[in-house]
Design a protein around this ligand. Sequence first.
Ligand SMILES: [Zn+2]
Length: 335
Amino acid sequence: MITAGLEAIALTGADRLLPGAAGRGMVFTLHHVRPATNRPYEPNALLSITPEFLDAAIREARERGYVPLALDELPDAVAAAKNGERYVAFTLDDGCRDNAEHAAPVFRRHGVPYTLFITKGLVERTHTMWWETAEELTRTCDRFAFDFGAGIETVVCATTAQKHAAFLRLADFIEAIDEDAAVARLNDVAAAQGVDPAAIVEEQVMDADALRRLAKTDPLARFGVHTVSHCNLARVDADRLEREIVEPIEAITNWTGVQPRTIAYPYGWKRACTAREAAAARRAGLTVGVTTQPGVVDPAETQDWMLLPRVSLNGLYQKRRYVRALLSGIPFRLM
Ligand SMILES: [Zn+2]
């Protein structure tokens, strides 16, 4: 359905017929940027695009008249935009090592600034990424024992379909009970099966040295807050909410030499970032917040710079013509 819609917009040239749909700006969400692995089972495939697709997306945005700038510059630029002026900001969540290796060279080649959202607990190796742990567990095992709340059961994940089903059950489980407890239980089960959740973080996420190096060598790189634990902020109490935002501000300032002004709320959907989380971010001195709810940035419609929509450059839709369709803004007028 999504593919058909994007194809239709790209094919019909609807983007030229409805120029007003585009708004004044667009913020793109990325996670991993790395060569395609083309593995048969990749439940997190949507979170991974190739450097070539990033290159194509930047070219397409420029060709459509979008001026790239850093996310923290977007509010002022958009507010002052005159007729036809449009801006695009590229953001990358979770601080993946491949961002420095594969994405930074593309941004540098085009002179495009980019913002990395940093999770303090991943940088410091005190936390893990349940979605990566769940992928590795379901990829490497044919079965495992798990207590989803009704006692220990055997989860069979021998076929690709069973692996996808098991991954979805684990994802639902993370949302169903206390997130820390759910992640801890998953980590225990993974460890018992020979999967090391901490090793996945070490392999995939930049540590403090890597962040320092990138900040020192690439003036196009900006850094924003992605909490301490990568939890759903709407599910934690007020004290924890404050710590999840304030502690990364101090840490990122130490690592990069620049105090962050932006935040990406983990998950980013409506139930993970409400007015309460936006207010906490503002209290902490941040000036721009981004969700993962799709949409264009338009001063006529954007009431809250702490809850900006973002558009995913999605690993499942890596075609330049889809980027053109997204930049038209039309898909978000139809939702
Ligand atoms: Zn994230």
